[in-house]
Structures are given as C-alpha cells and as structure tokens.
Design a protein around this ligand. Structure first.
Ligand code: HEM
Length: 139
C-alpha cells in the first residue's frame, strides 16, 4: 500500500509533465500543419493509464475511501470526487488519442490539443494538492 501510494503520488508529475508537453507539441504541430504523429501523445496516454491502474488498486485498500464517512470532506474527496474526475479525464485522453489516430492531416494535432488540454485542466483540479488540506503532501 505504501509503495503504491508513493508511486501514485510521484507519478502525478510524470503525468502532468507529459500532458503539458503533449499540449504544447500538439499546438505547434497543428500550427505547422504537420501530418506526423508524436510519440509524446502515446507516452502521456500510457502514463495516465498506469496512474489509473495504481489508483484502482489504492481505491480498494485506502482508509480514505469510506462511504460511511462520506459527509466528511477528505473521505468524500477520495471516495467520489478524485476518482470521478480522474476517470473523466482519462476517458478524454483515450478518446483524443483514438480519434487523432484516425485523422491523417493536421486536424489530428488539433484533436489531441482539445482533448488533452481539457483533461489536463480536470486533472489539475482533481489532484489533492497540499494547500487543499486533504491530508496529502507534494510527494
Ligand atoms: C491522472 C490521474 C490521477 C492522478 C494525477 C492522481 C493523483 C493522486 C495524488 C497526488 C494522490 C495523493 C497521494 C498522497 O497522499 O501522497 C492520490 C491519492 C489517491 N488516488 Fe489518485 N490520481 C489519479 C487517478 C486516480 C484514479 C483513477 C483512482 C481510482 C480509481 C485514484 C485513487 C486514489 C486514491 C484511493 C487515493 C488515496 C490514497 C490514500 O491516501 O490512502 N486516483 N491520487
């Protein structure tokens, strides 16, 4: 549980880094009219899916997931809000990647840009940053 929690906590920075890189690359490739795919889109997808798998295991082990205490902020956050928002974000990333693969021209990058940017905003909002007082730290 401890190892998984640290992995999940640290992997957030990999996920955020790759997503931000993907958004910038998608924007610049779209403006350039590029038809080439970028591996960064795939790496960002893999990182978020790995994060989801670890998160799913944590969900069944974490003491912070408890529906009997759902009226308390921390339990509500981890039992519902965190998972729900993260799953929506991961669906968006998957959809963006799948749709972009089907497009041949520069629109493929615009698709990645829109879907990944939306997911990035949701993920930033759903991370238990220390200043939100949800009992989690920076690492
Ligand atoms: C991109 C997606 C995700 C990111 C960036 C993310 C990030 C984080 C972070 C930073 C923490 C705090 C870790 C700590 O206290 O040190 C956390 C906790 C947690 N996450 Fe996620 N998460 C993601 C997706 C998910 C998903 C999909 C699930 C469940 C299906 C999940 C379940 C949990 C649980 C249960 C905890 C609380 C663990 C505990 O402190 O006992 N996460 N997550």
């Amino acid at each position: 549980m401890n190892i998984l929690l640290h992995a999940h906590s640290g992997l957030r920075y990999v996920v955020l880094g790759l997503l931000i890189a993907a958004v910038f690359i998608a924007y610049s490739n779209w403006r350039k009219g590029s038809r080439e795919d970028s591996k960064v889109y795939l790496f960002a997808l893999i990182a978020t899916h790995t994060q989801m798998l670890i998160g799913l295991i944590l969900y069944f082990m974490s003491p912070k997931v408890n529906f009997d205490l759902i009226s308390e902020k921390v339990f509500r956050f981890y039992s519902i809000e965190h998972v729900f928002m993260m799953l929506i974000a991961i669906v968006l990333i998957t959809l963006g990647r799948v749709r972009s693969k089907k497009l041949a021209g520069p629109e493929k990058h615009r698709t990645v840009l829109y879907f990944y940017a939306m997911a990035l905003i949701i993920i930033l909002a759903a991370i238990p940053w220390p200043f939100r007082n949800l009992g989690s730290g920076w690492f």
